[in-house]
Ligand binder design. Structure first.
Ligand SMILES: *[C@@H]1O[C@H](CO)[C@@H](O)[C@H](O)[C@H]1NC(C)=O
Ligand SMILES: *[C@@H]1O[C@H](CO)[C@@H](O)[C@H](O)[C@H]1NC(C)=O
Ligand SMILES: *[C@@H]1O[C@H](CO)[C@@H](O)[C@H](O)[C@H]1NC(C)=O
Ligand SMILES: *[C@@H]1O[C@H](CO)[C@@H](O)[C@H](O)[C@H]1NC(C)=O
Ligand SMILES: *[C@@H]1O[C@H](CO)[C@@H](O)[C@H](O)[C@H]1NC(C)=O
Ligand SMILES: *[C@@H]1O[C@H](CO)[C@@H](O)[C@H](O)[C@H]1NC(C)=O
Length: 931
């Protein structure tokens, strides 16, 4: 709307008074016909016959040749519902030049009668609920100079033939297909926004003709190929091509754009190096090139720069941090994840540091830093990421006393201590994992509550402070894994009742599991206590509301039975109880948990049959089963495996399926199973690893094993299998490990393909087998059987540690926001801080969030997932009050990269507007929570 008011101001000289009677009555008729609900603060409510219509809000009049006419009508954001069928009055306002119906809920098609308004110059129908086709009549409205149809569900044809068009705004529409090359005929076009549509194909070269262009936004489409040089667009100010699949070089001609201020090419496939001329543009303020394949040295930068984002490219060479002294207006610098070496050594003189710019965001992750930069007094820094460097020693005072920091990531360094206690009252996200910190776990007194705390992979060796949860009342993620912590798990941790992920794995914690963990924390999606010395039984206190997705209690000293209430956790995907002393029959109760994908009961005292004949339900999703080293017995009555479900969605879900498919495995080894191996195993054609060794299986190896086309590892050793080795096994082209030793197999060992690569250890202990690679030839039955029982040493084992956090955290990330956004119980504190939480957290989880005030005219620089914490913007936002949780968020079908703590987005995932009642908004989330 700022845009529109500027246009109105520049084209129409407004007057007030002496509204012509016919037009006043048309407007009153219009009001009558509309169903609107903004009872106060809306314009319409104040329209009444006792006031001259030129004085009504939303009406603009002008005076031409002594005649007053209504030329502007602004009905934006009046909460109008229903159609325009009865609004003949509207289309009779012959003099209208500006019509703004944006941000309503018309729920109808665009009336063709709009073309009766032949004087219309500015038409804004964005976010107004119109759908269907753009009437061809609109294409014939020859006076139109600005058209805003953003956020409409349009089908059909791109509006064409508007040679006088200056502004064309089609953001968030359903247009698709190629960009018409006739765009190049719109010679007056100065502003074009086609962001977040489904345009594909290349950008037409004809765009090079647009000499008036100053604002171009084609972000978040599927555009490919090189970009035109735009050589004539000398007045270009704003250029956003981010989130496409554009490739090739950045045109050197851009260096001649002497007004260019903003360039965003993030998330494309540009390669080559940055043309040096680009950095000589005196007006350039924001340049964002992250997530491309740009190479060469990091360029010299111009002094006007405010935002410089070059992360995740292939830039190489050394950057002296000193040069930033010249960039006095720099607020965001991101050089992370390149092949750069950032040299901060000339920069450790605190007397010089006062001349460094005041940063809002400084990201130098994975840039070979060997020491902390000394940046002196930073009064605006909200985000500092120095992770993945080679920094030794202690975290310096200047960082620990920069009170504005909200997000601090110093993970993956060699830090041993903090120079002074952390006193960062605004801290919300702290990532210190993978350092050499020792001693007590630092407690952070943030006035704002920590949201995310990761102390994992350090040498902390205290006990967990009893009052830890006082500092985590709203924490969602808390990890202390891989330290040397001892003592018991304090029950007070249960007060951190918003936790989604609690990871205390791989310490030396003792005592029992506090039962309140299962009772209090209804939001918990991942509970990982793996690799401690916790004893006692698993509390049987899982609530009906249990939302656990990953429960890993393996490698402890737990005994007792599998708690019955675990069947409440119907979202459970990963259950690892391996390597404990649980003494129970097969937990048939888990048949309730139909989302189970990974079930590990390895190395316990489970016994009895594995059949659950009386229970309905299937484990359709189960993909990894490990029952090895128990005392299960009897025949294999039931198969706990189904082929991996087909890939149903993009992004995260696919990643997950892929991960699981890769590791799909069945391990029933070292039990007392007997009877034949069911032929149905042969249908498991996504199986990678099959281990039935050390049981009492009898009968033949089913020939249908030849169908398990992905099989890489087959271990049937130490059973009582008989008959010949089926020739069909040679069909298994990926097979790299076979152990059939110590059975009663006989006949000739198959030859061909992979079978040529296995040595005799694969077959030992089968007196009846003959042929290569055994010494015994098949014609010679006198050779004594080889002796010696050898366990397959090359056996593949799974890296559970990798798989489980991968799944768990990914899954948690997808659901993490739902309760905070939608919970009616959100406290007042939450109300006050929700937007700040969302701003930090959604990016963490791979979402974007816009506050309700932002999303209407989001400036492209605010659309970044990571760079919207500019302090100035924050201040403005905090002054706003929110009467509702409106807003817009984008679900980015995201997978978290655990090593880089980075979200990998599928930018094609859709965005959603929160402008309707809360209950209708859970669906976008559930689309990613089906993991
Ligand atoms: C629009 O113009 C057409 C043709 O001039 C006329 O028939 C029609 O009634 C007009 N519609 C409205 C709503 O004024
Ligand atoms: C829009 O109108 C259609 C019928 O034309 C109706 O089925 C639908 O519920 C309406 N949608 C809203 C949000 O009012
Ligand atoms: C920095 O910003 C200020 C205020 O916007 C401006 O006056 C000044 O020229 C800028 N400095 C440079 C080097 O661009
Ligand atoms: C940067 O990489 C290029 C090859 O892409 C190489 O030729 C050049 O020497 C490298 N520069 C530095 C400073 O490592
Ligand atoms: C980074 O640079 C080094 C030498 O400077 C080179 O050996 C290495 O291959 C480069 N890595 C990438 C990803 O370009
Ligand atoms: C820091 O810089 C000041 C001013 O140039 C200089 O006098 C001082 O010796 C420097 N200190 C160190 C430790 O280099």
């Amino acid at each position: 709307m700022p845009l529109l008011s500027i246009l109105v101001a520049s084209h129409v000289a407004p007057v007030s008074g002496q509204c012509p009677g016919d037009q006043q009555s048309l407007l009153l008729q219009l009001k009558q016909s509309l169903n609107f609900s903004r009872s106060f603060s809306g314009n319409l409510a104040g329209w009444n016959s006792s006031i001259d219509c030129c004085n009504w809000l939303g009406i603009t009049c002008d005076l031409v040749g002594g005649l007053v006419r209504v030329v502007g009508l602004n009905l934006s954001n009046e909460s109008i519902t229903g159609g325009l069928e009865n609004s003949i009055a509207l289309f009779s306002l012959q003099h209208l030049q500006v019509l703004d119906l944006s941000f309503n809920s018309f729920n109808t098609t665009i009336p063709t009668a709009v073309s009766n308004l032949t004087n219309l110059r500015h038409l804004n129908l964005s976010s107004a609920g119109f759908y269907g086709q753009i009437p061809s009549a609109v294409s014939q409205m020859s006076s139109l100079v600005s058209l805003d149809l953003s956020t409409l569900s349009f089908l059909g044809h791109f509006p064409q033939n508007h040679y006088s068009m200056q502004t064309l705004l089609l953001t968030d529409t359903n247009f698709s297909g190629k960009l018409p090359s006739s765009l190049g005929n719109l010679g007056n076009l100065s502003r074009i926004e086609l962001s977040r549509c489904n345009f594909s194909g290349t950008i037409p070269r004809s765009l090079e003709n647009l000499a008036q262009l100053n604002y171009l936004d084609f972000s978040s489409n599927n555009l490919i190929g090189p970009i035109p040089s735009l050589g004539l667009s000398k007045s270009l100010v704003h250029l956003d091509l981010s989130y496409n699949q554009l490739a090739g070089d950045i045109p050197a001609q851009w260096g001649s754009f002497q007004k260019l201020e903003y360039v965003d090419l993030r998330h494309n496939s540009f390669n080559g190096s940055i043309p040096p001329s680009l950095f000589s543009i005196p007006t350039l303020q924001k340049i964002q090139l992250s997530f491309n394949q740009l190479k060469g040295p990091a360029p010299e930068f111009f002094r006007t720069l405010k935002v410089l984002v070059l992360s995740s490219n292939r830039f190489n060479g050394t950057v002296q941090l000193n040069w930033i002294q010249a960039l006095q207006n720099l607020t965001t610098l991101d050089l992370s994840y390149n092949n750069l070496t950032v040299d901060a050594s000339g920069n450790n003189n605190s007397t010089l540091s006062s001349i460094y710019p005041q940063f809002g965001i400084l990201n130098l992750a994975s840039s070979n830093l060997s020491q902390f930069p000394e940046l002196g007094n930073q009064s605006r820094l909200t985000r500092l990421d120095l992770s993945g460097n080679n920094i030794n020693g202690v975290v310096p005072r200047w960082i620990l006393e920069t009170t504005t920091i909200y997000h601090l990531n110093l993970s993956h360094n060699n830090l041993v201590d903090f120079q002074v206690p952390i006193s960062l009252p605004n801290l919300g996200v702290l990532d210190m994992h993978h350092n050499k910190l020792e001693g007590e776990i630092p407690i952070i007194q943030s006035s704002f509550s920590m949201i995310y705390v990761d102390y994992s992979n350090n040498f902390f060796n205290s006990s967990i402070p009893v009052d830890i949860s006082n500092y985590l009342p709203y924490a969602l993620f808390f990890s202390l894994s891989n330290n040397r912590l001892s003592g018991a798990i304090p029950a007070s941790i249960c007060n951190a009742s918003y936790l989604q992920v609690l990871d205390l794995s791989n310490n030396t914690l003792t005592g029992t599991i506090p039962s309140c963990l299962m009772e209090n924390i209804g939001t918990l999606a991942v509970l990982n206590l793996r690799g401690n010395k916790v004893h006692g039984s698993i509390p049987d206190t899982f609530q009906a509301s249990c939302s656990l997705q990953t429960l890993d209690l393996s490698l402890n000293q737990l005994n007792g039975r599998v708690p019955k209430s675990l069947s409440n956790c119907t979202a459970l995907e990963v259950l690892d109880l391996g390597n404990n002393m649980i003494d129970d029959v097969f937990p048939c109760l888990l048949k309730n948990n139909s989302s189970l994908r990974v079930l590990i009961l390895r190395n316990n005292l489970f016994h009895g049959s594995t059949g659950c004949p009386h229970l309905p339900g299937t484990w359709q999703k189960l993909q990894i089963v490990d029952l090895a080293f128990n005392n299960f017995s009897g025949p294999l009555t039931q198969l706990y495996y189904q082929d991996s479900i087909t890939v149903t969605s993009k992004g995260l879900e696919m990643e997950l399926v892929k991960v699981l498919t890769v590791f799909t495995s069945v391990d029933f080894s070292s039990n007392n199973f007997d009877g034949p191996i069911p032929a149905a195993v042969g249908q498991l054609n996504a199986l990678y690893i099959l281990n039935f060794s050390h049981n009492g299986f009898t009968g033949q190896i089913p020939a249908v094993f030849g169908n398990i086309s992905q099989l890489e590892s087959l271990d049937l050793s130490d059973n009582k299998l008989s008959g010949e080795i089926p020739q069909e096994l040679t069909e298994l082209t990926f097979l790299s490990f076979v152990n059939l030793s110590n059975n009663n197999l006989l006949g000739k060992i198959p030859t061909g393909r992979q079978f040529l690569t296995f040595d005799n250890t694969s077959y030992q202990g089968n007196p009846g087998l003959c042929g290569s690679p055994l010494m015994k030839s098949c014609s010679d039955s006198n050779t004594p059987p080889p002796s010696g029982r050898k366990q397959g040493s090359g056996q593949q084992s799974l890296d559970w540690e990798f798989i489980i956090p991968g799944i768990g955290f990914g899954a948690a990330a997808a659901t993490v926001m739902a309760p905070l956004i939608f919970s009616k119980k959100a406290t007042r504190w939450c109300d006050d801080h929700i937007d700040r939480i969302l701003m930090v957290l959604l990016p963490l989880c791979g979402f974007r969030y816009y506050t309700s005030n932002d999303w209407r005219r989001v400036q492209p620089e605010d659309m970044t997932e990571e760079y919207n914490t500019d302090l100035d913007d924050d201040d403005e936002e905090e002054e706003e009050s929110y009467d509702e949780f409106g807003g817009r968020y984008c679900v980015y079908c995201t997978k978290l990269d655990m090593t880089r703590k980075m979200a990998i987005h599928d930018p094609k995932c859709s965005c959603h507007h929160l402008s309707r009642p809360v209950s209708t908004f859970s669906s976008p989330f559930s689309s990613t929570t089906t993991l």
